[in-house]
Write a protein that binds this ligand. Structure first.
Ligand SMILES: *Cc1c(COP(=O)(O)O)cnc(C)c1O
Length: 384
């Protein structure tokens, strides 16, 4: 009997542009954090913004298989997507959720951050009892109830319609060792623990507490609480190359961004290239057209020789203007380059590397922004 095989018509995930997620590097970074923290402190990785560009769902599944059972996201939609992907355990929404979406908080068992007292009352008015973590504003002046406003804290903690499972704050100057920044971090911690003491003095039961994000763990191990909300450093990089890391952790970048050479062209002296013909050859040249552009997350600011790529372990500068779907590089010195070759945009290739710092510095921003703005289009591939 003849068996008809229907071939799966899925595209090769490495066929155009893709991000390779190194799960061993992730595990390595996870262990660094786990060993820097006391036993009672659980990691609650920040997987918001598509896991800082690493692919929220496959990354969270990988973390779950490594024993992580608490996650934080920025939005309700991210929390729902995690639940639908089968992620169990705690999921804390660090940001705002509109009251029209409160039914989804209980349906998907998501923990909502209380962003101020009015918001606590809105949550309290919802017919089902919602589980929340209270944000305390200890000086960042972003989300949270003023840590010094004990009366407001007591009112919120005693609202009958809320199940307050945690209280947290966010440190905003924990990434430098400047005297004022160090003093301010100490001040934030003092305000946080003073608020907790004030609640204890009113016989209010104290839920789980957490203060640290990445830099809190790296630089202020003394503030370890019940959770550590690690983000950027878990992905193996700091926000800026020069940021303070007192722990001296040997972090390993998790993401490699690569794309294929679409075609190779030659340019005659005097010929222009790309939009605006912004690059003009002054000699015979070979140019590789690479299948990734700014819609894939390559910042257009890397145009015109600012950025570079790796092909076969060797650097090739970006020429002309980066397009939405393509960019062009000079391969005059790399005669072996052919259509279909792999191009490393971020990460290691052989002995050489393009660290995400290089893009961040060229764009005047943080690695956080570069990574979280990586496009949806490159497939995320989990590499064992
Ligand atoms: C994004 C975020 C984090 C994670 O921060 P990293 O600096 O990336 O570790 C932690 N806490 C809050 C409140 C956040 O918004």
């Amino acid at each position: 009997m003849m068996i008809l095989h229907r071939k799966k018509q899925i595209p090769d995930p490495r066929g155009r542009a893709f991000c390779e997620i190194d799960l061993r590097a992730l595990e390595h970074n996870l262990h660094i954090f786990q060993s820097a923290l006391p036993e009672r402190c659980r990691l609650m990785p920040a997987v918001k913004a598509n896991g800082y560009g690493h692919g929220m769902i496959p990354l969270s599944r990988a973390l779950a298989s490594l024993g992580v059972d608490a996650f934080c996201v920025a939005s309700l939609a991210e929390g729902v997507a995690l639940r639908r992907a089968g992620i169990k355990g705690e999921i804390l929404i660090l940001g705002y959720t509109h009251p029209t979406d409160f039914p989804r908080l209980s349906k998907y068992r998501l923990l909502q951050t209380v962003v101020d007292e009015d918001y606590a009352e809105a949550l309290n008015a919802f017919p089902k009892r919602l589980s929340v973590h209270l944000a305390l504003d200890t000086g960042m002046r972003r989300l949270g109830i003023d840590a010094a406003d004990t009366d407001a804290l007591v009112r919120v903690m005693t609202l009958p319609g809320l199940r307050v499972e945690g209280i947290f704050t966010h440190l905003c100057t924990d990434d430098t060792d400047s005297v004022t920044d160090v003093a301010f971090t100490g001040e934030q911690a003092r305000r946080f623990f003073d608020a907790i003491d004030a609640l204890k003095a009113k016989q209010i039961p104290i839920p789980k507490l957490h203060l640290q994000a990445s830099y809190g763990v790296l630089n202020y191990p003394q503030y370890a609480g019940d959770y550590a909300r690690v983000g950027i450093a878990l992905y193996g990089v700091k926000s800026n190359r020069g940021d303070l890391d007192r722990s001296g952790a040997d972090l390993c970048p998790v993401l490699r961004f690569a794309a294929r050479v679409a075609t190779v062209k030659t340019l005659e002296p005097g010929e222009g290239l790309g939009y605006g013909l912004a690059f003009v050859a002054d000699r015979p040249m070979r140019v590789a057209v690479v299948a990734a552009g700014y819609a894939d997350g390559v910042p257009r600011a890397l145009s015109g020789g600012v950025g570079r790529v790796l092909i076969g372990g060797e650097y090739a500068p970006i020429l002309g203007r980066i397009c939405m779907d393509q960019l062009t590089v000079d391969v005059t010195h790399l005669s072996h380059v052919r259509a279909g070759d792999l191009v490393t945009l971020l990460g290691k290739d052989g002995q050489n590397e393009i660290p995400v710092y290089e893009w961040a510095e060229a764009c005047g921003t943080l690695t956080n922004e570069i990574l979280s703005r990586l496009g949806e289009r490159p497939e995320r591939i989990m590499k064992q």
